[in-house]
Design a protein around this ligand. Sequence first.
Ligand code: IVH
Length: 696
Amino acid sequence: MSQSPAPGSSPAEVREPAARAAELRAELERHNRAYYEADAPTIPDAEYDRLFAELVALEAAHPELQRADSPTQRVGGQPLDGFAPVTHRVPMLSLNNGFDDEDVEAFDRRVADALRGAAAAPGTQTGDLFGQPVEYAAELKFDGLAIALRYEHGILVQAATRGDGATGEDVTANIRTVKSIPLRLKTDTPPEVLEVRGEVLMFRADFDALNRAQEAAGEKVFVNPRNAAAGSLRQLDSRITAKRPLSFFAYGVGELVGVPMPDTHGELLAWYETLGIPVNKEHAVVRGAQGLLQFYGRIGEARAALPYDIDGVVYKVNRRDEQERLGFVSRAPRFALAHKFPAQEALTTLLDIEVQVGRTGAITPVARLAPVFVGGATVTNATLHNEDEILRKGILIGDTVIVRRAGDVIPEVVGAVPERRPPDARAFVMPTECPVCGSAIEKLPDEVIARCTGGLICAAQRKQALLHFAQRRALDIEGLGDKLVEQLVDQQIIRTPADLFKLGVAKLAALDRMADKSAQNLVASLDRARHTTLARFIFALGIRHVGEATAKDLARHFGKLDNVIAATEEELLAVHDVGPIVAQSIANFFAEPHNVEVIEQLRAAGVTWAESEPQAVEALPLAGKTFVLTGTLPTLSREDAKAMLEAAGAKVAGSVSAKTDYLVAGADAGSKLARAESLGVPVLDEDAMRAMLDAL
Ligand code: IVH
């Protein structure tokens, strides 16, 4: 990792083990308190894990350094004064971590050897138990907070956080507000005592909505779903918690009195399901290291599509009797392993903040970073979204910052580490002039985004507008990438999208990175792009607030482009899903003579589409209904299914929410299906969808 170390704590320095151990203990303690008590992480988990591992190794090598107050002897922070302490009758322990295949193979070997009661014979490769691979329960490692739910005679009587593992906090009033947690178990014969252990977390969509609401109310926004869940659960006022969308998944058991322990972890989870306790669907019983690694690979691929954050998977020896034989070492069970995914957050230095100009002139501050490896790639730039966000996050140039990169998401700076702030750190100042065209930068009083006022005079905006026009979902001009657009605009070969259609092979072939063949291909794809649809054409124009869905609504409603151009704001408001801001933006766009001129030039250049009679979407049979598609349908492609539904007036959305009316699911449907089921959204297969459309 390439962050600048805190003064005086360079691990590279050769120092006395006792001094280093004391330093690590103090630093880990500080982070612990910030993490568990203030719900404000000061460093990413991966960095914490690294410091923790260093201290564990140091204490193992120098047993005389072990101390009862070392963070390695406990698992979290002290309970806050506001919540009553709860002593865990069965301690809430932590998990040992593994990071690569070798760690998993070593774990499997250790388990098998211990169960066999003998040390491994030299050269033993697999964790075979008398020739049989060990059976494991594999599940997700949720990125939330551990919680213990105590049911007496089937009634929820207490909920406690993990705290330091021995003593947690009584959060019963808050937990009672979590809708998915049953207040009474679904059984006529409940055990005398059942302590369910699991994780409280927040789904990403819920997190986004919460942050939007917090922002609108002028309240603090949370850095990630885990922190939002922690902050919500540790509210002293449970009425606030009740408004927070928390979820829960069970993965373990504490005290159990009155009924025998299930024989395996798998059976425990199955029993929980019958009791109405939420259990995540993504778990499996597998054998040996190979089975574990297959599970890890499968979940790694599914991870980005899951609606909540996980930071790895957890393997547990499935059989209870084997778990008991293996027992515990210091703070963690010997029968379990957390196999972590590569860190998605890392620390680095914020070298500078520059601004970028977008298609509509939006000015986005961009962080220039000291290169850092995060989420599987080296990151040197990250978005800071807007000026308000920089102020809210209190980020200064020169700060050590937390960078996050998850899946294909654009890397972002989530926050600064103020305690590592250098004395010469300085605040970002929004420029008053566009760095590309020199026009004034303006921020309207009720907007968060500052904009370059240069319009299409600004080369940056022109480039973005051209790329938008050419993108797959717009005119779909294959081969017109950003490097080419850059040259075409910089060399003043084109100014507007209409100029694209005047480009000849010779001119194109003379450009950098272009040859005859690529120039011919581009001219051919421009030819193909001339035949488009009205919806694509409207979307391609890049009118502010007019995305693909609105463009489709406009095309359907008005049938002809001239009707859209001539529409008054009032007439535009009659279109499905068009509100005053969108209507005004469309009217303003067509009131601009320059825009109408470009449209005329495009028509003159031979861009055509089929026009039809106006059709009010509201009159269509599925108007107002929202569908979501998932999985592979037996005969229809996603696009075809979408087109069929839209033709009937339905809206097709990308993710399942409480507003979804139907989910159409095919083979290998994943998290969307699970979410639909948990929300009670009706699920159709292709046949049922066709039957519904036929019956209209
Ligand atoms: S089992 C004795 N299973 O990870 C083992 N923990 O590092 C107790 N976690 O405190 C934990 N998903 O907050 C277990 N499927 C899972 C988990 C899980 C997330 C968390 C939990 C625990 C921490 C341990």
